[in-house]
Design a protein around this ligand. Structure first.
Ligand SMILES: [Cu+2]
Length: 304
């Protein structure tokens, strides 16, 4: 316990400590939760060692001895002991509560001026991602990426930027869960009228494709509400957003998500897999409710 206290006081980072099953974090928010988890597990183990020690000490010292009495000495009441075993757990709960609130406040903290704002609209049964402040020349509205049964929607965001997600639903309650964020938030219809907290922020520190799911049972095709968060370098993100706001000469319409990613991938060759036109972390699931086997990626299922 003394060693643990010294560690806590020295401000040593628990990020490098054993994670005890906690997944690796890709955001500072996820890491804060991991540090709390690691520290809690280590503290619990330290207390466990003390408890096990006391147990085995009692087993050995007070074991039945040859020639001893049939019953050990009968005692009742031990006020100091009773106070100790009431106060100590109370202090432990207090410490856990303090660090829970501290971590939660950090994870839910929002800056007044996020670097990037994205709007997430859930509907039965897919996602509509849009970028406030942008303009799609074909529709005159914000740039949208809307998922379909054939195409998983991709939310393209930059790495190392503070991103604000604003969530709303068009119908029932859904839940926006990007697994690697280690964070999910229910998506309510009409958040204003329902007085639900529908914004959160984070910073993604690693480029990559991260799978997302709907985590609130929302009806028949709930399981098909998969999406992808594509965290890309800043220059790729800027090129992507710029491209989405221009007209694709090949179609006469504004660039779609897939076409824009393809174009940016050609312009910025280092983008590689991060500019793949379609989701790489998941794939569209079969909408056939009669299907007797799980969905498989199209390539594995023998092409389209
Ligand atoms: Cu849903």
């Amino acid at each position: 316990m003394l060693g643990l206290g010294t560690l806590l006081l020295s401000g040593c980072s628990f990020a490098d400590w054993p994670r005890f099953g906690w997944p690796a974090a890709i955001t500072p928010q996820g890491r804060a939760m991991q540090e709390f988890w690691s520290a809690s597990a280590i503290a619990a183990l330290a207390i466990g060692v003390v408890v096990w020690g006391l147990m085995f000490w009692a087993f050995i010292v007070y074991r039945k001895k040859k020639g001893g009495p049939v019953y050990p000495k009968q005692t009742k009441e031990n006020l100091p002991l009773e106070i100790a075993y009431t106060v100590i757990p109370f202090v432990m709960v207090g410490v856990l509560f303090f660090f829970t609130v501290k971590t939660e406040n950090y994870v839910l903290d929002r800056s007044a001026n996020p670097d990037v704002e994205v709007s997430v609209t859930a509907f039965k049964w897919n996602w509509d991602f849009s970028y406030p402040g942008t303009r799609d020349p074909s529709t005159g509205q914000e740039v949208h990426t809307i998922g379909t049964s054939e195409e998983v929607p991709i939310l393209v965001v930059p790495v190392n930027k503070n991103i604000e997600y604003t969530l709303q639903s068009k119908d029932v309650i859904h839940s926006f869960w990007t697994i690697d964020f280690l964070f999910k938030r229910d998506v309510f219809p009409d958040p204003g009228a329902n007085q639900t907290e529908n914004k959160f922020q984070n910073t993604i520190e690693y480029a990559g494709a991260f799978v997302g799911r709907c985590a609130e049972l929302c009806g028949t095709y709930h399981s098909q509400m998969n999406f992808e968060v594509r965290a890309v370098p800043e220059d790729v993100y800027q090129a992507y957003i710029a491209t989405r706001q221009t007209v694709n000469p090949a179609t006469g319409l504004s660039y779609t998500t897939a076409d824009a990613l393809t174009k940016v991938g050609q312009e910025i060759s280092s983008c590689g897999e991060l500019c793949a036109p379609l989701a790489t972390s998941t794939y569209p699931f079969t909408t056939n409710r009669e299907a007797k086997s799980a969905s498989e990626p199209l390539a594995q299922a023998g092409g389209n």
